[in-house]
Design a protein around this ligand. Structure first.
Ligand code: URP
Ligand code: ZN
Ligand code: ZN
Length: 462
């Protein structure tokens, strides 16, 4: 039996910060109390004086080794989860994206094989990319047999994974019957395609036209449609990577009416804006080609307000890095060929802490809610993750609020030749990260020796 005793730290929950010791036995939190003593001979004692003790964070939106025409996203389940650990994330939810015509369960089994490399616990959202006579039954198998209680739909990317409204309605209806959640990438795919084709036919091929082909209205229209369909079908929804102020207004109004709509944003939409695209050099703009596109500063301000007002429920990353050399650069003469996505899993907590908590926009309790407690609740993991409490999985972050760093691709752990947060200063970083009762990160080093992530069976929405 292994034991870890964390002494003198400040435990952070959704509504409290309090001093207490935490005893971990094997892979679970055994006891939380003042002044815990233990006689176990090989107990590892961590002095967390001046540190916060946080639940291991959950990133409910990552794409490890996502296949695209430019190759797979550059972090696989091993390198991506190593980077996640270094940043304080101890659980990820990735995606199963069946090819059109492929059985959802067959695609799940293949994806499970790829994810065996994960160093931390993981689950998947299933993406119904097509609809056939067995699809409702396959969704049922996902929920009952596999604990996959969320279904991700894309309203953009019409040529590959995007679905039309009739399929979305089928997915929502089936999800409602199964107590499952439908999550949505909200962009009107038809108008995106129209604008992209128009720019290319006019010879407007540079990366900046990516921004112009995906204006905020494209997102807001799809958000509006999603909440209306969700109301009519009676199915709760979760809108991923919200980036536009118009979307926030719709979500706020809908939440006020009592309808169940959850919203997620990501650090890139809080901290980066589309001025980057004024730069002339392809290598300076291509890393920022992500969808939805980066917005103007006013949208950032509204997103921060929405975090502060609890309208946005989670901060995820949409971690999906591509190397500039050999991947992003396939689109040097045609922005539509640049693979969409960027990395973020390693720096989500530090960025949100530095620019949210340290700037008094959100409290440290809201911080914990946004990165751990709310994702656990929304995605059916709160029986074992998302808070520091007796009986929970021993996923724990010893957070040093005074530790400083500067983000750089030269030093980051994720597998990518660029970092969209290059030169960002951060204050507040993990000192120690424990996953399932094992010290995975210490002295700025991830020790992967004993790490093996488990596939997580998730509960339905309550
Ligand atoms: O640009 C992005 N976000 N790429 C990843 C796929 C997605 O849309 O989430
Ligand atoms: Zn998306
Ligand atoms: Zn995504």
């Amino acid at each position: 039996m292994s034991e870890i005793l964390i002494k003198n730290g400040q435990i952070v929950t959704s509504n409290k910060v309090y001093k207490s010791d935490v005893l971990i036995k094997d892979s679970k939190i055994e006891l939380i109390d003042k002044n815990i003593k233990t006689n176990t001979p090989n107990v590892k004692i961590i002095d967390a004086q001046s540190m916060y003790v946080l639940p291991g964070a959950i990133d409910p939106h990552v794409h490890m080794e996502l296949p695209t025409p430019a190759g797979k996203s550059s972090d696989d389940f091993k390198t991506g989860t190593l980077a996640a650990i270094a940043g304080g994330t101890t659980t990820i939810i990735d995606f199963v994206t069946p090819l059109r015509g492929q059985s959802y369960i067959e695609a799940l089994n293949l994806r499970k094989k790829e994810a065996e490399k994960s160093l931390i616990d993981y689950s998947f959202h299933m993406s119904p990319t097509w609809w056939g006579k067995n699809s409702a039954n396959e969704m049922k198998k996902c929920v009952i047999d596999e604990g996959i209680t969320s279904f991700k739909t894309y309203l953009a990317y019409k040529n590959t994974v995007g679905i039309s409204d009739d399929i979305l309605i089928n997915v929502m209806k089936t999800a409602r019957e199964l107590n499952a959640l439908v999550t949505l990438h909200c962009e009107n795919g038809d108008i995106v395609d129209f604008l992209r084709n128009k720019f290319i036919s006019e010879g407007k091929t540079q990366a900046k036209y990516h921004i112009l082909s995906r204006p905020p209205e494209v997102e807001a229209e799809a958000v509006n449609r999603a909440v209306i369909l969700s109301k009519l079908v009676g199915c709760p929804i979760y809108i991923v990577h919200v980036s536009a102020k118009q979307s926030i207004e719709i979500i706020k109004k809908t939440q006020k009416s009592g309808q169940r709509v959850y919203a997620e944003t990501c650090p890139q939409y809080l901290l980066l804006n589309n001025k980057i695209f004024n730069k002339k050099n392809f290598s300076q703009t291509a890393p920022y080609v992500i969808s939805p596109a980066l917005r103007t500063k006013i949208h950032q301000k509204k997103l921060w307000n929405a975090l502060s007002d609890n309208i946005i429920n989670t901060v995820a990353t949409d971690h999906c890095p591509f190397n500039l050399v050999g991947q992003k650069d396939v689109g040097i003469n045609d922005f539509t060929k640049i693979p969409n996505g960027a990395g973020g899993v390693e720096h989500r907590l530090s960025l949100l802490y530095t620019y949210g908590v340290n700037k008094n926009i959100i409290s440290i309790n809201q911080f914990v809610d946004l990165v751990a407690t709310n994702p656990a609740k929304i995605f059916g993991l709160s029986h074992r993750k998302g808070k520091i409490a007796k009986g929970m999985d021993a996923d724990v972050v010893i957070w040093n609020p005074n530790k400083k760093s500067i983000i750089s691709a030269k030093t980051h752990k994720q597998n990518c030749d660029t970092n969209i947060y290059e030169n960002f200063k951060i204050k507040g970083l993990p000192e120690i990260v424990i996953t399932n009762g094992i010290i995975a990160f210490e002295n700025n080093n991830v020790n992967i020796d004993d790490l093996k992530g488990n596939y997580l069976y998730r509960n339905g929405i309550s």
